[in-house]
Design a protein around this ligand. Structure first.
Ligand code: NAI
Length: 335
């Protein structure tokens, strides 16, 4: 019998990428809604749910899934800050994720944000379309010779550091587990205070958890150089958004590139262009000329989507067959 899977927070590109990799062993139902307490009743009769970054996988939802016979939550992403891992263990629900699907996708997006902000590509594009070839306000700086601080040198942080070393940047890193290959390539591991005070550009690549929540707050911003560029492609909760706004208003932050936002679950991945956006913090943030926000698209490359679909379907099949491996499972109950 086919494995019944409910795919939540689904978009047409999810249907394409998952559908292309699926075979007759699975029966897929796609739901554009987030998985949460309101939508969890539709999971009755499913074997597994496939969830994404803004689904609510709290204890209440997990308990209801377990009561309905769902035994596996397959996250089609790397981060799992929205999953209550302890609750999954308690309710014997397996949790898998996609720890690696080509870190270059997010790393290249982080660097795209840096270059766009630096050379004001977003401004230049509109000016030239408008017949305005004036260069006033478009002055950039050379990346070569600048100091870039990378917070978190896992897969994405490493890929980002390598690109920046190629540009001729000095790369400072913070991570509880320094990476020897990166050290050999030329980066220097320092403490957070040194990274904050010495970097012209700071890029966040660590996971969101209790220790890293609001890692970049008013105190951290106060330690940064005036006019610093801050890039966050990791998770919105790593930064205190109000502190960012203050930092922008006081010119302490000279450039801000965000692919993630603390309250993104109400906004991102949907078309709100004909609505009045009610989130005043987001609206203030996006009103600054030196802020560039993308809607959580760092992962969004053809290669990454294909790899995400392959690993997610493999995780689902392996759990079903009893051959699941520890490496892609965050919770692996005894069958
Ligand atoms: P990873 O697990 O390979 O690396 C994370 C690194 O951060 C590890 O080396 C860890 O030791 C380090 N770390 C943990 N806490 C830290 C702290 N407080 N300070 C400094 N370093 C710390 O994860 P990966 O694949 O590199 O992904 C990083 C993050 O990127 C994910 O947690 C996720 O939130 C985000 N992400 C964003 C995507 C997007 O589309 N924008 C897509 C994929 C991931």
């Amino acid at each position: 019998m086919a494995i019944k899977i409910g795919v939540f927070s689904s978009n047409p590109y999810d249907e394409s990428s998952i559908g292309e990799q699926a075979n007759e062993e699975v029966e897929l139902s796609y739901f554009s809604a987030h998985l949460n307490l309101q939508t969890v009743p539709v999971c009755q009769g499913l074997d597994a749910v496939c969830a994404f970054v803004n689904d609510d996988i709290s204890e209440d939802v997990i308990a209801k899934l377990a009561a309905q016979g769902v035994s596996h939550i397959a996250m089609r992403c790397a981060g799992y800050n929205n999953v209550d891992i302890e609750a999954a263990k308690k309710h014997n629900i397996a949790i898998s994720h996609v720890p690696s699907y080509g870190p270059e996708a997010v790393a290249e997006h982080a660097v795209a944000l840096m270059l766009t902000l630096n050379r004001r590509m977003h401004k230049a594009y509109n000016r030239v379309r408008d017949g305005n070839f004036n260069l006033d306000g478009l002055l950039g700086f050379n990346m070569a010779g600048k100091t870039v601080g990378i917070v978190g040198t896992g897969q994405i942080g490493q890929a980002t550091a390598k690109i920046l070393l190629g540009f001729g940047c000095h790369v400072l890193c913070v991570d509880p587990y320094p990476n020897q290959e990166l050290i050999d390539a030329g980066v220097k591991y320092v403490d957070m205070a040194a990274l904050l005070s010495q970097s012209h550009i700071i890029s966040l690549h660590c996971p969101l958890n209790n220790d890293s929540y609001h890692l970049i707050d008013a105190d951290a911003i106060a330690q940064m150089q005036k006019g610093v560029m801050l890039i966050n492609t990791s998770r919105g909760g790593l930064v205190d958004t109000q502190a960012l706004i203050t930092g922008l208003k006081t010119h302490k932050i000279g450039y801000l590139g965000l692919d993630v936002y603390e309250m993104e679950s109400e906004l991102f991945f949907k078309d709100h262009s004909f609505e009045i956006i009610q989130d005043d913090v987001f609206e203030r943030l996006s009103s600054f000329h030196n802020v560039l926000i993308t809607g959580h698209q760092g992962f969004f490359t053809k290669e990454a989507l294909a790899q995400i679909a392959t690993t997610t379907l493999l995780n689902i099949k392996q759990w079903h067959d009893g051959t699941a491996s520890q490496s892609t499972f965050l919770v692996l109950p005894n069958p």
